[in-house]
Design a protein around this ligand. Structure first.
Ligand SMILES: [Zn+2]
Length: 333
């Protein structure tokens, strides 16, 4: 059975871009040196407005004496940045991954690898020098959340927004630590603008695939020098959320590339893949440093540190900010 799992498309093992039914392709919004000033793209689908002020709070108590945050603490740096969240269902077992250092070490290792490949890092949201991780206890059971399948991104973004956590300069990476049954077999999900919109990528720490009787490997790296399964998965999803791999790329296929089986964004897994030998855009012709000004490029992302010249936001970023996805669990009641 393990071989069958290895033969699955990478999209299933790592994660997929969440398909969303909105069609018109928009060019990337472009920002200059001041990262908060950008030209808003015209919306192609009417986003649901985010209400203000926040309307709902979530439970905040935990069985620990260690400090933790249920809000976004003050930022060490300005600019577009990635904010990490550790989320649990109402009945989920708390593994304290935000407190014990697993998520921070994983994020550090991911950025270390990215730096070795690109010379840049993703700009992380930090507080007093440490990764600012928000703890979130969702108001639904793991079973309720599992039933929404790929709409878990909408669920998470809904609660991030209505609890007033969301900020316009942030992408959210959520480590969701609840049991999650996924017949499709993915371990991570992200929106892929411009087809989809959203600020939230999710890593499923306890996903179970009943089709192949397998779980997503719950393996965090143990060293900042080693990028393992979770780190590769999160980076893969973050790149989707940034708008990669765009349809204008020569080897693009549904947000993935087709030209090298060991590419971070490859669409199918050939069994020889290892995070130690992963390419970040093999041939530099699809999503990193390809030199095509009219096709989105990680090298120009406003989420990179240092901020690139002609920094770009993800396509339809303003739509993503304005959009409040309906709560898919609430909608099922
Ligand atoms: Zn993918």
């Amino acid at each position: 059975m393990k071989f069958a799992w290895l033969a699955l498309p990478l999209c299933l093992l790592l994660g997929c871009a969440v398909p969303q039914p909105s069609a018109t392709v928009q060019p990337s919004a472009t920002v200059g040196v001041a990262p908060h000033v950008e030209e808003a793209p015209a919306p192609t689908a009417a986003p649901t407005e985010v209400p203000t002020p926040a309307v709902t709070g979530l439970p905040t108590t935990r069985d620990t004496d260690q400090p933790y945050a249920t809000e976004d603490r003050s930022d060490d740096v300005d600019g577009y940045q990635v904010h990490f969240i550790y989320a649990l269902p109402s009945d989920g077992v708390d593994a304290f991954l935000d407190i014990t250092g697993e998520i921070e070490l994983s994020a550090t290792a991911m950025n270390h690898w990215l730096h070795t490949q690109t010379g840049s890092r993703l700009r992380y949201d930090t507080y007093e020098g440490a990764l600012d991780i928000t703890f979130m206890r969702l108001p639904y059971t793991a079973e309720q959340i599992s039933e929404v399948h790929s709409r878990i991104n909408d669920l998470l973004e809904h609660w991030i927004k209505i609890t007033d956590l969301a900020q316009e300069n942030k992408l959210y990476v959520v480590h969701y630590d609840g049991f999650f049954v996924t017949p499709e077999g993915y371990c991570g999900l992200a929106p892929l603008p411009p087809r989809g919109i959203g600020q939230t990528a999710v890593l499923l720490l306890r996903a179970y695939n009943p089709t192949h009787d397998l779980t997503c490997p719950r393996n965090f790296t143990r060293s900042a020098d080693f990028t393992g399964f979770f780190e590769v998965t999160i980076l893969h999803e973050v790149l989707h959320a940034i708008g990669l791999v765009a349809e204008c790329a020569p080897h693009a296929d549904g947000g993935h590339v087709t030209d090298n089986s060991q590419d971070l964004m490859y669409f199918a897994y050939d069994g020889s893949y290892s995070p130690l030998f992963t390419h970040l855009d093999y041939g530099n012709d699809d999503y990193f440093d390809h030199g095509q000004a009219d096709c989105p490029d990680l090298a120009r992302s406003a989420f990179l540190d240092p901020l690139p010249a002609q920094a770009e936001l993800p396509p339809r970023w303003q739509d993503s900010l304005r959009n409040l996805p309906p709560d898919p669990v609430g909608g099922m009641q």
